[in-house]
Design a protein around this ligand. Structure first.
Ligand SMILES: *Cc1c(COP(=O)(O)O)cnc(C)c1O
Length: 424
């Protein structure tokens, strides 16, 4: 499928007249429509709720859009919990799916009404130590080990992953938790990431539903919800077929009716913790071509770098690039599109066929709305960019300003070098 930006060149010119590149731009309309499609796809399940994985785009303005549509927050750290609390998430609106968890985070998550999802058996004792009891509602994360396959394709390798409890452990955990006073249980698993197939969720659901039936039977625990977590992917590449959330919802319904309903568990609520699927396609990184270099290869240097979007450097991930205003020109030039870090992996694209790029051209790097800005860092003393929200009516707002050198040096505040560092 052809990938077109959600923004026009004309609108970008308007935005860049006010805010310099680089910045991440988000499409409120796309976020809303997609979130509605998700709720509709799972409307058949009475207790359905999406807990947006805050780590994917930890901006309170973005998370709040999803909150308005009924989503909660999936958090895994103190600051993510603080963000969820600040936008008004209360009792039952926060899923705390952490791992390697410090005790004070359990405490804070519990205080603000979060549901605690235990990653490990030893966390039962840790949780008791930190809050003095076991909460009435509790969730356990499951790791079946082995490899996770769809037909003959290996999707991921749970046996190598650090998350969750083994089958034996989760049965024992349910028994112990019940003895200590837990009344409502949840099960959670995240077995494959960025799946671009409608089969992942139904397959995962099958594994968890069967486990749920056994757990309820053998431990007597009342299972209130099953959390299918994240993992529904997006088509980063133009040749990928996007997931169809309606088909996914129906696929899960079929398994629910085959496994849970006959076991008398037709009241189990389904939860999701999607990140990438909720915001990924509805964000892009807008950057300007500032340098061209002709050596052994052809390079286009832009004013963004891996600090603004780490996925290509970190995973070799593909992000589609549109040269704005040249959408219909032939892609007859081969470029490496680079940032300015002193790291040769700071390339947004390698050997990419694009229309001829002229200095000053605006480039849109697609699908940065999840795990984009969020993975930013400050290597080479580079500063993080602004984030801008494009509303449905074409107006736009700065929802995070760009960092300044003062932000970069802020942690020297109070030391004698600070005043010198921030004078320029
Ligand atoms: C990262 C993460 C998610 C979201 O994953 P996506 O691939 O962005 O959907 C959900 N749950 C947990 C526990 C995670 O760590």
């Amino acid at each position: 499928m052809e990938k077109r930006p959600f923004v026009t060149l004309e609108k970008l010119k308007e935005i860049t007249a006010q805010y310099p590149t680089p910045f991440h731009l988000y499409d409120e309309k796309g976020i809303r429509e997609n979130a509605k499609a998700l709720s509709e796809a799972f409307a058949w399940n009475k207790g359905f709720k999406e807990f947006y994985a805050v780590k994917a785009a930890p901006n309170p303005y973005l998370v709040n859009i999803l909150k308005e549509l009924g989503c909660g927050c999936d958090c895994s750290s103190m600051t993510e919990l603080m963000l969820a609390h600040a936008i008004g998430c209360g009792e039952g609106d926060i899923m705390f799916s952490s791992n390697d968890t410090p005790l004070d985070e359990f405490r804070y998550a519990y205080e603000i009404g979060g549901i605690i999802n235990l990653d490990d058996f030893t966390h039962i004792e840790a949780l008791e130590k930190s809050i003095g009891k076991i909460p009435k509602t509790i969730c356990c994360r499951y790791n079946p080990g082995g490899v996770f396959k769809i037909s003959n394709d290996i999707m991921d390798n749970p046996g190598d992953s650090k998350y969750g409890m083994t089958t034996e452990q989760i049965f024992e955990a349910f028994r112990v938790l019940k003895e200590k006073g837990a009344e409502e249980f949840g099960i959670h698993a995240f077995l494959a990431s960025n799946t671009v197939t409608n089969e992942y969720y139904p397959l995962l659901a099958g594994v968890l539903f069967e486990l749920a039936v056994k757990l309820q039977k053998e431990t007597g625990a009342h299972i209130k919800f099953i959390n299918l977590s994240g993992g529904i992917g997006i088509p980063y590449r133009p040749d990928q077929e996007p997931n169809d959330i309606k088909v996914i919802g129906e696929g899960v319904r079929k398994v629910y009716e085959e496994i849970l309903v006959p076991a008398g568990m037709g009241d189990v609520a389904l939860y999701t913790e999607l990140g990438r699927f909720m915001t990924g396609p509805y964000g892009c990184l807008v950057t300007t071509a500032i340098h061209e270099k002709h050596i052994h290869k052809e390079y286009i240097g832009v004013d963004a770098c891996a600090v603004n979007l780490m996925r290509p450097a970190m995973y070799g991930a593909y992000h589609h690039i549109t040269v704005m205003g040249k959408e219909d020109q032939p892609c007859d030039h081969m470029y490496d599109v680079t940032g300015s870090l002193c790291e040769n992996n700071d390339k947004f694209a390698i050997d990419r066929m694009l229309p001829r790029v002229d200095m000053g051209d605006l480039l849109v790097i697609h699908d940065t709305g999840a795990h984009g800005f969020a993975m930013g860092y400050n290597y080479n003393g580079k500063l993080k960019s602004a984030e801008i929200l494009l509303h449905e009516d074409g107006s736009f707002d700065l929802i995070r300003r760009a960092e300044t050198p003062k932000d970069y040096f802020a942690t020297f505040d109070g030391l004698d070098i600070y005043e010198k560092l921030i004078q320029k």
